[in-house]
Design a protein around this ligand. Structure first.
Ligand code: GLU
Length: 423
């Protein structure tokens, strides 16, 4: 666990360096005015709360939580809540800004937010976790709402956490408000496909990028770093579509089989053993070997800062699909660009989650329950549309996809500010 925390912490720091490096360049390229820069540089609202929780021992412990609403120019602020020992306000602000860019690039009517509680959830009992969730929501209840700020799952929070959030919020308001939070269990107004929508959205944009290069599923070899919610689902989906998954990893190990891994059997193996290591017939490799494995598509779906100047030169993939947040450093990105390896950037590649959150919010506001077919059709439409927008902008200004995605998002946010009379 400590190792996970260390890595997660590193994730967030690196997010900053990558995101901010990209933004500096974009600000220069777009020739933003001082007022525009100022407007983008600070979150609109940022809350820090402290609240007491009576622990199972009978003793009261104080907890600290944050919520940052970076931008709400395009709509209510939107973004996850994470439970993490290193969940500092500064990290929340950076992640909230990325959420604003993500929502803008896929053109859904939300701003960006992020928040969480400074806690190691693995050290708490189920009941304590519930009390912490409820205490946090009581503390921020005045600042969230279906037209203000809509939380969702993030690191170490899930459907069950969202159910507690919903229930606590509704107790406070004394009415039903299902659209206050997304990523809920389907029986409380959630959407089943939300569970795998980040992976599916990523697979859909990958398919588009492959079409441009005349590549097809059959014969395309994929290496996936991470076998959690996103990694496992993308492996399942791509395997089903006829791709050959040659390598996967999780926090305890990486495996390779150049003939292709049997993903349904691997998922069963994970169910039995808790991880991918030791899967019969596959060879054990290092994390570094996974990133530079012989493959056509590389999918970092775990941690930040994985592709850097030390290993980007050895990547053998023809396309990189960033399903993790900020898995490529600025230095790594530069090398991949020079080597002509296209990177489908995180704010586009992993936006499928928040897109389905948007559908959930809309169906809740309408008192509706969308059929799965409608969710999947609209997710695909939104992702492909966003991909085409980014590709079109790329061609226009002849730049890498990351730059185009950031530029499009920044322009859309600034345009909303302008229309509101804020610029
Ligand atoms: N936490 C997810 C993300 O970072 C989803 C946010 C949402 O659905 O609001 O994209």
């Amino acid at each position: 666990m400590d190792r996970n925390h260390e890595r997660l912490h590193r994730d967030e720091r690196d997010l900053r360096s990558v995101g901010m490096a990209e933004l500096q360049a974009i600000y220069a390229d777009l020739g933003l005015t001082r007022a525009e820069l100022d407007l983008l540089s600070v979150p609109r609202r940022s809350f820090t709360v402290s609240f007491p929780v009576k622990m199972s021992s009978g003793k009261t412990r104080m907890f600290t939580g944050h919520r940052v609403q970076y931008s709400d120019a395009r709509g209510p602020a939107k973004g996850g809540i994470r439970f993490h020992p290193e969940m500092e306000e500064e990290h929340a602000a950076e992640l909230a800004f990325l959420m604003a860019l993500k929502c803008a690039v896929v053109n859904i009517p939300f701003g960006g937010a992020k928040g969480g509680v400074v806690v190691d959830p693995l050290q708490l009992t189920r009941d304590e976790l519930e009390l912490v969730t409820r205490g946090y929501i009581r503390a921020i209840a005045d600042h969230i709402g279906p037209f203000k700020d809509i939380p969702a799952p993030d690191v170490y929070t899930d459907e069950r956490t969202m159910a507690w959030i919903l229930d606590e919020y509704e107790r406070i308001k004394r009415e039903h408000v299902p659209a206050v939070v997304t990523g809920k269990p389907p029986d409380l107004g959630g959407i089943t496909a939300r569970r795998y929508s980040t992976a599916l959205g990523g697979a859909q944009v990958l398919e588009e990028a492959m079409k441009e290069r005349g590549m097809e599923a059959r014969g395309t070899r994929v290496a996936i770093q991470g076998f959690g919610n996103v990694g496992e689902n993308v492996a399942r989906i791509l395997h089903h579509w006829g791709f050959t998954i040659v390598a996967v990893s999780d926090v305890n190990g990486a495996i390779l089989d150049p003939r292709g891994l049997d993903i349904p059997a691997l998922r069963q193996h994970k169910g039995r053993t808790g991880g991918v290591a030791g899967f019969p017939g596959a060879s054990s490799i290092t994390n570094e070997q996974l990133l530079t494995a012989e493959c056509d598509v590389l999918i970092p779906a775990a941690l930040s800062y994985q592709l850097d100047e030390n290993n980007a030169g050895a990547v053998q993939a023809k396309i990189v699909l960033e399903l993790a947040n900020a898995p490529t450093t600025a230095g790594g990105d530069e090398i991949l660009f020079k080597r002509d390896i296209p990177v489908i950037p995180d704010i586009l590649a992993n936006a499928g989650g928040v897109v389905v959150s948007y559908f959930e919010w809309s169906q809740n506001l309408d008192g509706d329950a969308w059929p799965e077919e409608k969710v999947l059709r609209k997710l695909k439409h939104t992702m492909i549309h966003a991909f085409n927008d980014v590709r079109g902008h790329c061609r226009e200004i002849r730049c890498r996809m990351r730059t185009a995605a950031y530029q499009l998002a920044v322009k859309r946010i600034l345009n909303a500010e302008r229309l509101r009379g804020n610029l």
